[in-house]
Design a protein around this ligand. Structure first.
Ligand code: BES
Ligand code: ZN
Ligand code: ZN
Length: 478
């Protein structure tokens, strides 16, 4: 992972990156006249990334857009940062110093964030040509007289947590099963200083978590239920914020098996679990003054002779009966038990993250998070601000009572699929039946996994949700 450091003085020899506007003053960077002329030429022909030699030093000047709204401008800077990686590789640059000509630390942090996130690679299983395939850049030095160590440290935590979530998602199903995932959470807890308890199959059976057990019936590997708690001595919230993450380590669809190439990316189906686990690590590392509990029900969804089938009736942890009409709607089955379990903490807010529906992908694609729920409007507004801040934008769906009708079951209380319309909403409505506390559901099926890189969102797992949660909880009740 890329190392971030802070310095007050410009580098003498190593690569320098200057973030600037078209008309920024470039006098104080020790540039030769030849370099300045070359930069001016680049600006004149509207280049956004200008590379010049300054004696022995390679200098990149990145030109900021001028007319964008603040959150969009920051996002453009992240993207510009990411674009730098290819040039670094070309020159085999290991270390860069970055600065902002207009001395805006917020811009500088965004630049570092874009570079560090874009520099992520998943190389666990590469054997040959490792050197050739590995990005050269290892370290970024943020040069500023005003930026604080705490700001740089915090960015390092956010980037590392996002990359940890990406690693979890990218890890193949045969190397990261439900048991291993729970062990990873234990490791994160030890590292960052939060409590982790893991329920095994026996305990899950004793608790009668019918939803989690039903989905797990088709698997040779037992389910796990992980409880993570971070409670600093000083915390702003009276009652905890409860996070819940979908931990389907692999979704074949079960007997309603996924056809075509619908299955091949389904290692991403624990993207919600990865997000809440990695966010817990970040929150604890940064010592945010909030009391947070995260719950992760985990299993794979497979087929064997005892797997659950469409038509089954399941008694859930809450006591509610669910008619299974599609084994591929498994996420809501396991999440329902976690949500009902979370009620014992009397949470002031429940935030649940899941790669829940193809309908969310169809609606907004990889460009945003579909959200809905019963939290108050002020809280929702704050969430949207956080979404824009980190550019994990929220698209709120309606949560009207009429949708409740669509999941009524003939033989049980509710069924696990709705009708042909509002697939993401009926999924959210199903979940809401298991929560009384203020509840928000975040369907990250679109942005959790990319089939090709989009700027600093690298191919594969994106770690979506981590930066959003961190931003939201760092401003929580502030
Ligand atoms: N894990 C999938 C949803 C998904 C789809 C995630 C695409 C990421 C990308 C989920 O378990 C699922 O299969 N949902 C079904 C529900 C349906 C059977 C009601 C769906 O959306 O098709
Ligand atoms: Zn499914
Ligand atoms: Zn699924």
């Amino acid at each position: 992972m890329t190392i971030l450091k802070r310095a007050t003085a410009l580098p003498k020899d190593n690569c320098l990156v200057i973030l600037a506007k078209k008309n920024s003053d470039l006098k104080n960077f020790g540039l030769t006249q030849t370099a300045i002329d070359a930069i001016k030429k680049g600006i004149a022909i509207d280049r956004k990334q200008i590379e010049v030699s300054n004696g022995n030093q390679t200098v990149f000047v990145l030109i900021k857009g001028e007319k964008e709204a603040p959150t969009k401008a920051i996002e453009s800077i992240r993207k510009a940062g990411c674009n730098l990686i290819a040039a670094c590789n070309e020159h085999k640059i290991k270390l860069i110093s970055i600065c902002d000509a207009d001395k805006k630390d917020e811009s500088l942090l965004a630049l570092a964030e874009g570079i560090a996130l874009g520099n992520y690679q998943f190389l666990h299983y590469k054997m040959k040509n490792k050197e050739k395939e590995t990005n050269s850049l290892k370290e970024i030095i943020l040069v500023s007289k005003t930026i604080k160590d705490t700001q740089v440290n915090r960015l390092q935590i956010i980037v590392d947590a996002t990359c940890t979530a990406r690693n979890f998602v990218n890890e193949p199903p045969n190397t990261l099963d439900a048991v291993k995932l729970s062990k990873e959470f234990q490791r994160l807890g030890k590292e960052a200083g939060f409590k982790v308890e893991v329920f095994d199959k026996k305990k899950i059976e004793n608790l009668k978590m019918g939803g989690l057990l039903a989905v797990n019936k088709g698997s040779d590997i037992p389910p796990t239920f992980t409880i993570m708690e971070y409670k600093p001595t000083r915390h702003r919230n009276k009652k905890p914020v409860v996070l819940v993450g979908k931990g389907v380590v692999y979704d074949t669809g079960g007997y309603n098996i996924k056809v075509g190439n619908g299955m091949e990316t389904m290692k991403c189906d624990m993207g919600g679990a990865a997000a809440v686990g990695a966010a817990m690590w970040a929150i604890a590392k940064a010592k945010l003054p909030v009391h947070v509990i995260a719950l992760v029900p985990a299993t794979d969804n497979r087929v064997n002779g005892s797997a659950y089938v469409a038509g089954d009736i399941i008694t859930m942890y809450s006591g509610l009966t669910v008619e299974v009409l599609n084994t591929d709607a498994e996420g809501r089955m396991i999440l329902a038990d976690a949500l009902a379990y979370g009620e014992q903490y009397s949470p002031e807010l429940v935030m649940e993250f899941s790669t829940l529906t193809g309908a969310a992908v169809a609606a907004v694609g990889q460009y945003g998070i579909v959200c809905m729920g019963t939290a108050d409007e002020k809280t929702k507004a704050k969430m949207k601000v956080s979404g824009n801040n980190v550019y994990e934008r929220l698209a709120e769906f309606p949560f009207w009572d009429e949708y409740d009708e669509l999941i009524k079951s003939d033989i049980g209380e509710i069924k696990n699929i709705g009708g042909p319309v509002g697939g993401s909403i009926t999924a959210g409505k199903f979940l809401a039946r298991f929560v009384n506390s203020p509840f928000m559901h975040f369907d990250i099926a679109g942005p959790a996994f990319l089939s090709s890189k989009e700027a600093y969102r690298t191919k594969g797992g994106t770690g979506v949700g981590v930066r959003f949660l961190f931003d939201f909880l760092s401003n929580y009740k502030a």
